[in-house]
Design a binder for this molecule. Structure first.
Ligand code: M6R
Length: 619
């Protein structure tokens, strides 16, 4: 939440800072601002609203200078307003700070700084940082920042500049992400790599309580006591093109359509014939053979991938698997220990609750395996072992390709662990790999059907909107699934509510009679996942029960299914035939598209839905 960028070099900082913010806007979009060190002092421009508004206003501002920092905000302390927008300035206007995170002891710090005569201009927690740096400033911005951070409790990634030291940029982090980009005659700071990909792929990942001092030609990382820390540089494998819309109207649509390619990439990378390998996984085979249960911990869409993982892993490994949302797991004294493999799943690798869950599990003696997309992220680094999804940058707030990539890794993990633990034979592994590949081909085929300008899913979204307006906004959604596709019902509902703002709940279809069926009259629209499976007939009965009570049903069925139509369902979405075990990978695609077209139909901001941010780095 919140994105920060810093630049020091020979180029004009303003353009680079704003360009970086545009690429980080998925992290928050309540306000945006930047500070550039100019010959006559620091110039700050900030605006309430999106980066585009800031960009517009910069046309008049004419900012000249090669050092600066910028910020796009997801509000925590203080309403979204110009005053609360970052950067924040010291009383004398000579130091500027941008911050991502939460300073937990800011009330106490603020009170004592006010007593000492500091004047606060905002309601943010961040402002204490800049006043503390000012308080300790004796001619060295790095030392002053270190002293300030020693007093601060909470999470932070910061960038600091000062007109006293025009060619210097300071960065520091604790529990919020920050990468250092190494250029030629220029250096960068950013919350996330896509912000700087166009300029450099050489990065240093800062660790907690590390502080970096950058000039255009030098990089020095120390701890908070000033002791130098040798750091490795890494190369980012993503390219700038991947972080662009490439002709699609929205990142979300692009990312939905990228899925077959992402899954193909995962298979190509991880498979040698039917042998699965995870090169970067540091947990030994002997350790993986020993555990007696698996706990999966994640949030949001990653949690739904993990929930599908429960079905996948239990079916193939026959060990108990339980799944928990990170925010619950971390506080309930989870019963995990040496015989538990804890799998944490996170696209960003920075989700605060998941990171805390990981630490809780490690403290209790469990081995933690992370499934992450972002290289070098906190979760990836702190876990005992990591498997990267390599799905490329996911920019839309609504997660799509990361979800199917996470599930893909869980399928491969099931095969890998199954063989290791001698519960899957080589022949069975080969069969599973073939079925997996067929599913990816089916996904490609399915998406091909929706490449046309007018497609059935878009038509159904239109039909719902007409209904909704005609019935005075009464429609809402229930998503029903069973067995391995039950988590997809949860995911379909989440996708719809987060970008269309329409009430939607996911249920296991068998639970309807235990309460939710009372909701059925002509108002709810029910999305029923009814592809061919061992629970198909049960699902058909559930649909019948809904139709008998006047509900409107959109059924997701296997190609050529006429049975469901006979139930009088209102709308049908067909998907190609695939093996039931792999069907979640395919079934989620129409659910994603439906949410997308609904948001488009209502004219909402699809890639940046209200109140949300891509990476939730606060509790
Ligand atoms: O980066 P993570 O995978 O840890 O993020 C977890 C959730 O915040 C995320 O999946 C969220 O639910 C998405 N907006 C859903 O589309």
């Amino acid at each position: 939440m919140c994105g920060i960028v810093g630049y020091v070099g020979d180029k004009e900082a303003a353009g680079i800072l704003i360009d970086g913010l545009k690429r980080l806007e998925y992290r928050g979009y309540d306000s945006a601002g930047l500070a550039v060190v100019q010959p006559k002092g620091i110039k700050v421009v900030k605006k309430r609203g999106k980066v585009g508004i800031l960009d517009e206003s910069l046309k008049k501002a004419k900012l000249k200078g090669g050092t600066g920092c910028s910020h796009t905000r997801w509000a925590t302390h203080g309403i979204p307003s110009k005053e609360n927008a970052h950067p924040h300035l010291s009383c004398d206007g000579k130091i500027a700070v941008v911050h991502n995170g939460i300073i937990e002891n800011f009330h106490a710090l603020r009170d004592s700084l006010i007593k000492e005569g500091h004047k606060f201009r905002s309601q943010t927690d961040t402002e204490v940082i800049v006043h503390l740096i000012e308080k300790f400033y004796r001619g060295d911005l790095g030392i002053a920042t270190r002293r300030a951070l020693k007093l601060v409790r909470g999470a932070y990634a910061i960038a600091v500049v000062s007109s006293n030291e025009p060619g210097r940029l300071i960065g520091a982090r604790c529990d919020s992400p920050l990468v250092v980009g190494i250029g030629k005659g220029e250096n960068f700071l950013a919350s996330d790599a896509p912000a700087i990909l166009a300029y450099t792929k050489k990065v240093i990942y800062l660790g907690n309580f590390e502080i970096v001092s950058l000039t255009k030609d030098s990089v020095k990382v120390t701890d908070l006591s000033g002791k130098e820390i040798p750091k490795e540089t890494s190369r980012i494998t993503w390219d700038a093109e991947q972080a662009k819309k490439s002709g699609y109207p929205h990142f979300m649509l692009k990312e939905i359509f990228e899925q077959p390619q992402v899954l193909r990439g995962i298979l190509d990378e991880r498979l040698k014939k039917a042998r699965v390998s995870f090169q970067e996984l540091k947990i030994s085979g002997a350790e993986l053979k020993k555990f007696k249960q698996i706990a999966i911990v994640a949030c949001g869409t990653a949690y739904h991938a993990g929930f599908t993982g429960k079905y996948i892993l239990e079916e193939k490994l026959r060990v108990p698997v339980w799944v928990d949302t990170s925010s619950e797991f971390r506080y309930r004294g989870p019963i995990v220990g040496k015989s538990t493999l804890v799998i944490v799943i996170s696209q960003s690798g920075e989700t605060a609750d998941t990171l805390a869950g990981l630490r809780e599990a490690k403290a209790r003696g469990a081995k933690v395996l992370a499934i992450c997309n972002v290289l070098g992220s906190s979760i990836a680094r702190e876990a005992d072992g990591v498997i990267y999804t390599h799905a490329g940058p996911e920019i839309a707030v609504a997660s799509t390709k990361a979800y199917t990539a996470q599930m893909a890794i869980l399928y491969l993990l099931a095969i890998y662990l199954g063989k290791l633990r001698n519960v899957i034979s080589s022949k069975d592994a080969e069969k599973l790999v073939v079925q997996f590949k067929e599913t990816v081909a089916a996904m490609r085929l399915l998406l091909g059907r929706y490449k046309k300008k007018r497609n059935t899913i878009a038509t159904y979204a239109k039909a719902f909107r007409s209904y909704y307006l005609k019935h005075k906004e009464k429609g809402f959604f229930l998503y029903l699934g069973r067995n391995i596709n039950y988590p997809n019902a949860l995911e379909g509902a989440l996708k719809l509510k987060e970008i269309s703002y329409i009430s939607a709940e996911g249920y296991p279809a068998g639970e309807m009679k235990h309460g939710p069926i009372a909701l059925i009259d002509e108002n709810p629209w029910v999305v029923a996942i009814a592809t061919r499976s061992r629970v198909y007939e049960k699902m058909v009965s559930n649909i019948e029960e809904i139709k008998a009570r006047g509900g409107i049903v959109i059924a997701i069925v296997t190609d050529g299914d006429k049975e469901i139509e006979r139930q009088g369902v209102n709308y049908v979405i067909e998907v190609p035939v695939v093996e039931e075990f792999f069907s979640p990978l395919l079934v989620v695609v129409p659910l994603q598209l439906f949410a997308y077209y609904m948001a488009r139909e209502f004219g909402y901001d699809i890639d940046q839905p209200r109140n949300l941010a891509k990476s939730v780095t606060v509790e």
